[in-house]
Write a protein that binds this ligand. Structure first.
Ligand code: NAP
Length: 313
């Protein structure tokens, strides 16, 4: 491809998680020869998890990275092409659209944004090291592995309350650790968690470290009370972060319609406010956020893009 005069693609897909790769499978099988731009987190959130037991078709479960690798190969088999890097700028004012990556330019008749949402992290090295080894950002995905274990949920919003309540199905005890005494969660969610005999609250505490990186598994969290400076260790075998998600939509600010939190808004299936631009997966989903729903949305976006291309030859 010549960077100064790039050829015009049929469809470029931003993001190589479940939504983007499913869109790529469908677009490739429709002979659209899609280009998939990997983004900052190639493989998306699935590539950060270990065992996935709720994706249909895998009765024994499947490792997240393996599932992603299989999807990649499946799309490649039908002609999808992969490009490393992240999109830095977009021009969606006229078609073909223009996307700029580090030093490269792509022009495309249609665009599928499947850039995902990244789970907010605390910013600790120990949390990165133990992600998938006792530390998780998804209760629905990983709760099952913590039967009769003591776990901590970090956060004070609706996600933390929902995750903690869900996790009591498995865990022997759930401790919600929150950095303030006041909660952002809605009253109904907070009350539900407060009434649950398996849940207790520990506030105000900041997580300073997840233990124990050397052993490669979670043994506890080191906490600090920001008001008194007191420190203590909470022994737990699992830590779930429920401190929110950030949709990867910065590059589309002021261009694509998004809600206050930055999630893309779609209408009539996967259509955005710009004709020829479609959105799929967690980048446009504040509710379900599952691998299988992202895959479904990716399929829809590819079908919508295919229809659009047929109508705008
Ligand atoms: P959120 O409302 O933004 O809450 C995030 C929580 O995490 C806050 O309590 C925040 O503390 C804490 N937090 C953020 N960064 C932190 C850090 N670095 N260290 C420690 N704590 C940190 O996010 P959410 O709970 O994911 O909810 C997002 C939206 O989805 C909300 O509108 C919510 O109502 C909605 N939602 C609804 C449901 C439901 O109705 N079933 C379920 C889940 C989510 P501070 O409060 O101190 O800032």
């Amino acid at each position: 491809m010549n960077p100064s005069n790039p050829e015009i693609e049929n469809v470029v897909i931003i993001g190589s998680g479940c939504a983007g790769l499913t869109a790529a499978i469908y677009a490739a099988r429709a002979d659209l020869s899609p280009v998939v731009i990997d983004g900052y987190e190639p493989g998306g959130q699935l590539s950060l998890t270990t065992m996935v037991e709720n994706f249909p078709g895998f009765p024994e479960g499947v490792l997240g990275p393996e599932l992603i690798e299989r999807m990649r190969k499946q799309a490649e088999r039908f002609g999808a092409r992969y490009v490393e890097g992240a999109v830095r700028a977009v021009d969606l004012n006229s078609r073909p659209f223009t996307l700029t990556l580090d030093g490269r330019t792509f022009r495309t008749r249609s665009l599928i944004v499947a850039a995902g949402a990244s789970a907010r992290m605390l910013g600790l090295e120990s949390e990165r090291a133990l992600l998938g080894h006792g530390l998780s950002t998804c209760a629905t995905c990983d709760g099952y592995f913590f039967r009769e274990r003591e776990i901590a949920v970090v956060g004070g919003g609706d996600s933390a309350m929902e995750e903690a309540t869900f996790l009591t199905k498995f865990a022997s005890r759930v401790t919600i650790v929150h950095r303030r005494n006041e909660f952002r969660a809605s009253k109904i969610m907070l009350d539900r968690a407060r009434e649950n005999p398996k849940i207790r609250f520990l506030t105000p505490y900041v997580v300073e470290e997840v233990l124990d990186v050397e052993k490669g598994l979670v043994e506890g969290v080191r906490l600090r009370n920001p008001e008194t400076g007191e420190k203590k260790t909470l022994p737990v075998e699992g830590v779930f972060l429920g401190i929110g998600h950030e949709p990867n939509t910065k590059v589309f600010r002021g261009i694509l319609d998004m809600d206050d939190a930055g999630y893309l808004m779609t209408r009539n299936g996967t259509h955005t406010n710009v004709e020829g631009v479609f959105a799929a997966g967690d980048v446009a989903d504040t509710t379900y956020r599952q691998a299988v729903t992202a895959a479904g949305a990716g399929c829809k976006a590819a079908l919508d893009a295919g229809k659009f291309l047929t109508e705008h030859k």
